[in-house]
Design a protein around this ligand. Structure first.
Ligand SMILES: Nc1nc2c(ncn2[C@@H]2O[C@H](COP(=O)(O)OP(=O)(O)O)[C@@H](O)[C@H]2O)c(=O)[nH]1
Ligand SMILES: [Mg+2]
Length: 303
C-alpha cells in the first residue's frame, strides 16, 4: 500500500506530525472501507469477541502448525492439513490454566502471498500474540521475522514489555509476544537459536511439538504470566473461605480496582477490606490503594 510506504518514509520529528496524522487518517479510512466489505451480514467474521481472561491470537506462516497447536491446547477441533490456507477464518477455543480460562484464537496465516486486511484488525484487538514457527524450514528465524514485519507494516509492534490493553486506535499498538518453535519431533533444536533475537531480549521461546504434545504443558502458565493477570478470591465476613471462581484482574490492580468487579455497589460502600495473601497479610486490614497479588483472598466490609 503506497500510503503506508509514504508514512514510513516521512522522517519522525515535530514538523511532520501533522502530515503523519493526515496519512494515518487516510490509511484508516481505506482500511475501514476494506473491512466493510468483509462484514458479511453486518458481522466482521475476522473479529472474535473476547471471552475468558484474555485473548491470544496465533500467528505464523502457512503450515507452521497453528491449528495443530490449537487442537493440542484447547477442546477446539480446527482443521489440520498438510497444505497451506486450510484455516480461513479465526476460530476460538479455551485454554485452561488452573482455574482460569484464556481464549486462544486460531487464525489464517501471515503470508506475503495472501493475507486479508481484516486479519490485522483481529491482531490489533487481541491481548497478545503467540507466534508458531516451523523448525523444519530452512530458516525459522527468517520465517518469524517475516510475520513480525508484516504486523509492523500494519502498525502492530510486538515487544516483550508491551503494555497490555490498548485501544484499537489508529496509531501503533504494541503486543506482547510468545514464541512456540514447533515440530521439534522432526527437526533439531538448533533452528530455535536466534528466534528470541528476532523480537528482542526478554522474548520467551518455547520449543516443542504440537503433534506429540512435547513442550505444550508449560504454555498455559506462560500465557497466563505473559498476560500479566492476577486472580483474587473473595470471602464473606464471618464465613469460612471457600475457593470459588476467581476474579481476574490486571497486574497492578488495587483493592479499590477489585471492588467494582466483585460487586457493582461495593466500591462506594466499602468501609475496609481484609486480605489473606502469600506472606504477611493474614487477615490484616489493608488500605484501598493496596496492590493485589495473584491468589489473594479479599474480605470486603461494606455498610
Ligand atoms: N512432525 C510434525 N508435524 C506437525 C506438527 N505440527 C503440525 N504438523 C503438521 O504440519 C502440517 C500443518 O499443520 P497445521 O496445524 O494445519 O498448520 P497451520 O497452517 O499453521 O494451521 C500438518 O500436516 C500437521 O500434521 C509437529 O509438531 N510435528
Ligand atoms: Mg491452520
Amino acid at each position: 500500500m503506497i500510503l503506508r510506504e509514504m508514512l514510513t518514509a516521512i522522517p519522525k520529528h515535530k514538523g511532520t506530525d501533522k502530515m503523519q496524522g493526515d496519512l494515518r487518517r487516510r490509511i484508516s479510512k481505506l482500511e475501514q472501507a476494506v473491512d466493510q466489505k468483509q462484514k458479511r451480514g453486518g458481522r466482521d467474521l475476522f473479529h472474535v469477541p473476547r471471552e475468558g481472561a484474555g485473548q491470544v491470537l496465533l500467528a505464523g506462516a502457512p503450515n507452521a502448525g497453528k491449528s495443530s497447536l490449537m487442537a493440542g491446547l484447547t477442546h477446539a477441533t480446527p482443521q489440520v492439513a498438510n497444505y497451506p490456507y486450510t484455516t480461513q477464518l479465526p476460530l476460538p477455543g479455551m485454554v485452561q490454566y488452573e482455574d482460569v480460562q484464556i481464549q486462544l484464537v486460531d487464525a489464517p496465516p501471515l503470508s506475503r502471498e495472501y493475507t486479508e486486511a481484516a486479519l490485522f484488525n483481529a491482531f490489533r484487538l487481541s491481548d497478545m500474540i503467540l507466534f508458531v514457527v516451523d523448525l523444519t524450514t530452512p530458516d525459522p528465524p527468517g520465517d518469524l521475522r517475516e510475520s513480525v514485519e508484516m504486523l509492523a507494516e500494519h502498525f502492530i509492534k510486538v515487544a516483550p514489555k508491551a503494555p497490555l490493553h490498548q485501544s484499537g486506535s489508529l496509531s501503533t499498538v504494541e503486543k506482547q509476544p510468545l514464541v512456540f518453535a514447533n515440530k521439534v519431533d522432526k527437526a533439531g533444536r538448533e533452528g530455535a537459536l536466534g528466534l528470541g533475537e528476532v523480537i528482542g531480549s526478554g522474548t520467551r521461546v518455547f520449543i516443542g511439538s504440537a503433534e506429540t504434545g512435547e513442550g505444550l504443558g508449560e504454555l498455559p502458565r506462560a500465557l497466563f504470566e505473559a498476560l500479566r493477570l492476577i486472580r483474587v478470591y473473595t470471602k464473606k465476613p464471618g464465613q469460612k473461605f471457600e475457593r470459588g471462581v476467581p476474579f481476574v484482574l490486571r497486574e497492578g490492580a488495587t483493592v479499590m480496582d477489585a471492588t467494582p468487579v466483585i460487586h457493582k455497589e461495593l466500591a462506594d460502600k466499602m468501609r475496609f477490606a481484609r486480605l489473606w495473601g502469600s506472606g504477611k497479610h493474614q487477615g490484616l486490614s489493608v488500605p484501598r490503594d493496596h496492590l493485589l497479588a495473584d491468589g489473594d483472598i479479599l474480605e470486603i466490609h461494606a455498610g
